[in-house]
Design a binder for this molecule. Sequence first.
Ligand code: ADP
Length: 468
Amino acid sequence: MHSVEEVQKLSVLAPATGEIIAEIEETPVHEVPFFYQEARKAFGAWSSLAISERTGYLRKLKQLMVDEMDEIAKIISDDTGKVLTESIVADIMPTLDAIDHIIKHAEKVLSRQKVKTPLLLIGKKSFIEYMPRGVVLVISPWNYPLQLAMVPMISALAGGNSVILKPSEVTPLVGKCIEDLFRRSGFPEGTVQVAHGGKEVGAAFTSGKPDYIFFTGSVRTGKIIQQQAAKDLIPTTLELGGKDPMIVFEDANLDRAVKAAAWGAFTNSGQVCMSAERLYVERSIYGKFLEKLKKEVNSLQQGNDINSDVGSMTFPAQKDVVREQLDEALERGAKLETGLKPSDWKEDMFLPLTVITEVEQDMKIIQEESFGPLLPVVPFDREEEAIAYANGTVYGLNASVWTQDKAKARRVASKLVSGAVVINDVLITVANHGLPFGGTKESGIGRYHSEAGLKIFCHEKAIMEDMG
Ligand code: ADP
């Protein structure tokens, strides 16, 4: 397919150790049409299978992943710097859960549905059929490199589409692992293909006329992809960033809220699109909360062994984003409660877990996604003020509200402009695959997981039938 001298290699850097641990061949861009050709060839037979036959392949995939869980977890941890438990609990298990959910629900959600026909249309019957779109291009990021690639892939496959994945070049070992898992699960040739490489490869696939693009990544790239897709009127789902607020009222269960703030902000070193990125605490408990939070954060252990709580950063450039936000805040008078100023950071990929106070709402640390272990804490006096703070960014992915007053919790949740709200917990909505996941404002377009996440990969065909 390509001559040896043209092959570019992606070096795989293990962030926790700084070592190059593998090299992976990039897909040459001149092969892009060949991928689409194969995918279109495979589409005919795959889309003709019964939904139960397609989910049969997903069962095999799930079994293989369960059998090889330890090996997969090691690959994820080597590639990202996550601790092993995080790879298992937050990347592999949610993927397995999603496969289960699809196996159980795809048939019901995607089968022909009867719709009531009005009396006027005497003798006619009305139906909706869910037709696969064709070839779905999935472009995925590096922070949860398994589930953020595989969940859209399996959803699209269940609907009868063939799939091309372009995983992040930052975590190519996981991309290779996904390719291998699908191949060994016996999916028919061309139904699932994986292309490796960076943004040039991604851009070449985006302009290769897929029938649908499912993108997860930064707002900046999401906008580029949306522009490109618009040229060919290609529908998209965009799962982008977040700057998720956590609001703690004075009647909250303080100890639980403190632990949730530490976990919500620092799990995976804060490299979570829906991590708690801003903490708003009612002034009457602010001092007490902050003391407890500092103690909790200082007790967390960073490292890459089995006993560590928090692993390393994954992507070197992300350190610069965190550095810039922190420098600006400190220059403007913010106060470090835990962590170090950037000039005192070590060279490695373990950033200090940083809690910061006395910040202003117009600082980058409040307005822009940090995607790192950085948590600004801000006091508030009134409910409306907390809501205004929370809604005061361009993002709207997830939010968390803490109070024991149910009416207040629900009132505040309904006023937050956010794809999801968790009451008295953080992050957790994504663990229920029955709930839709996605953002408002610049956090994205579209939803996945849930029924919506299966239906987006199909177009709805209206059928009206009159058999006399
Ligand atoms: P991050 O900076 O968080 O890695 P990106 O949005 O840059 O997020 O990358 C997410 C995914 O999008 C990766 O797989 C990357 O290779 C891909 N990508 C980046 N730029 C483009 C582009 N212009 N067109 C298509 N894919 C792209």
